[in-house]
Design a binder for this molecule. Structure first.
Ligand code: ATP
Ligand code: MG
Length: 463
């Protein structure tokens, strides 16, 4: 229990042949009692009646860990997402709102579109409003009315039609506004910070005893949200990153001792850099925040660059924006409006250091081209697979809120759509585990050193 008397986690130990823990999501009936449930309008829709088991059994769960030792317990499970036979809200009474916060990510507009269309076409909900420019839009901006017609082709555009912002989260003012506008379903699309905000809104709503469902759809291009298989927009980002890597490769192969350096997104998690490297096969070295590296001395980056240039005459390096932050010396600690640490531009720093090193050495003349495609990638529309994924996440969120679940996010776990408690995804970040097999696969594709053991004098020199 936290200070508001709200359960942080709803853990249930389910006894059975193979006992497991169900990390359940809250339900409005946990604190609002004696409310009727209504037949799901989908039941009377002939189109769905042909689908066997279209409705999800209340007791269906999804395992978090799919590979377990035969003797070990079955571990944590989450509630399976999907339409229920009964819904908690009478569709005619629903007044929903959608807000997007944090940085841009391909697929935001698809999620907005499918929440509006899902509510409208599956449940007959016609009152959906969009909050302008993030959390602060609840109390400082106007709202827009969202209809299937308004959102019909927005998935073909990048960005978010609602606008977004950082900072400006005032829980009490936001919940006052939700109450004033008689909103009873809140769909919150955003990253880790946004979902912390969603959690605060859920707790305040619960403290006030309001019949308002809060559903989060996690957005993070970096794929740094834990538990879920991947976040929407990630595939698109990896695909678009190929264009930058290709350009770097063309530049590097067109001159003698050419180096193409590409900086990709990934503040704390190097998934985009790792997958983009694996997809491309033109990358000689991938540097991510989770794997420390050093520049000078035996086994360092400079030595590796010189080796590759001697062997191949060119080289492509991919660096995630959060990599090597400990090495970037001349930095000023700054924060953005949401309190996130502003990182130093490691790409720019790295390109200067490499140029400086080889100029100083005088042995090898190099030509380095630095490409930072960050804003090009963030702003494009979702690709086909992310469009499908975003659509299903949005539909799951709608089914969950209509069924009366609250304080949850909709996310894919082991290929199945689930409802996950908000707290579960805000308490830690998803990171590349460099002792896991995926990083080993990446290393074998680039054949780069692990940069793990700097000589003692080098550590001192570069720190
Ligand atoms: P990304 O980092 O992927 O761009 P994000 O959702 O993490 O997305 P932030 O700018 O950190 O982006 O946060 C978005 C919104 O969430 C902001 O309006 C911010 O005020 C709010 N927020 C961030 N952290 C918290 C928190 N701990 N409690 C309440 N609100 C928060
Ligand atoms: Mg964030």
């Amino acid at each position: 229990m936290d200070s508001n008397g709200v359960d942080e986690h709803q853990m249930k130990l389910v006894e059975g042949a193979a006992g497991y823990v169900l990390e359940d999501v809250p339900h409005l009936s946990d604190y609002i009692h004696d409310l009727p449930t209504y037949p799901n309008p989908l039941q009377s829709n002939a189109a769905y009646s042909v689908v066997r088991q279209y409705f999800v059994d209340e007791d269906d769960t999804v395992m978090e860990k799919i590979v377990v030792h035969q003797d070990s317990p079955r571990g944590t499970h989450f509630r399976r997402a999907g339409p229920r036979q009964k819904v908690y809200f009478k569709p005619a009474d629903v007044r929903a709102c959608i807000v997007t916060c944090g940085g841009l990510c391909p697929g935001l507009n698809t999620v907005i579109r499918e929440i509006v269309c899902g509510l409208h076409f599956m449940y007959g909900v016609t009152e959906v409003i969009g909050v302008d420019c993030g959390f602060r839009g609840f109390y400082s901006k106007n709202t827009v009315t969202l209809t299937p017609k308004v959102v019909s082709d927005i998935h073909k555009r990048g960005g978010t039609i609602l606008g977004t912002s950082r900072g400006g989260h005032d829980t009490s003012k936001i919940v006052d506004n939700i109450q004033d506008r008689e909103i009873n379903q809140v769909y919150i699309i955003g990253g880790d910070g946004t979902q912390k905000g969603a959690s605060a809104i859920y707790k305040e709503i619960r403290r006030r005893g309001l019949k308002v469902a809060v559903a989060g759809i996690p957005k993070t291009i970096d794929n740094d949200i834990p538990v879920i298989d991947k976040s929407f927009g990630f595939d698109t980002a990896v695909e678009e990153a190929q264009r930058a890597i290709n350009a770097a490769h063309v530049e590097a192969t067109s001159v003698e001792n050419g180096i193409g350096l590409v900086k990709l997104m990934g503040r704390y998690s190097g998934f985009i850099a790792m997958y983009a490297t694996l997809a491309s096969r033109d990358v000689d070295c991938c540097l991510i925040p989770e794997s420390p590296f050093y520049l000078e001395g035996k086994g360092g980056l400079y030595e590796f660059i010189a080796k590759r240039l001697r062997e191949n005459g060119h080289m492509v390096i991919v660096i995630a924006e959060g990599a090597g932050q400990d090495l970037v010396a001349e930095s000023i600690e700054k924060q953005d409006a949401s309190g996130n640490k502003l990182l130093k531009d490691v790409g720019l720093w790295m390109s200067l250091k490499i140029k400086e090193h080889f100029a100083k050495q005088g042995k090898m003349e190099i030509t380095l081209k630095y490409i930072d495609p960050t804003y090009m990638i963030r702003a494009i529309p979702a690709n086909a697979s992310d469009n499908v994924y975003s659509t299903l996440l949005a539909q799951s969120a709608v089914h969950g809120a209509m069924a009366g679940y609250t304080g949850f996010i909709s996310g894919l776990v082991n290929g199945r759509h689930t409802y996950i408690p908000l707290n579960r995804i805000t308490e830690r970040q998803n990171k590349v585990v460099i002792t896991d097999r995926m990083w080993a696969r990446m290393l074998s594709s680039t054949n780069q050193p692990s940069f793990m053991n700097p000589p003692k004098e080098t550590t001192e020199a570069t720190n």
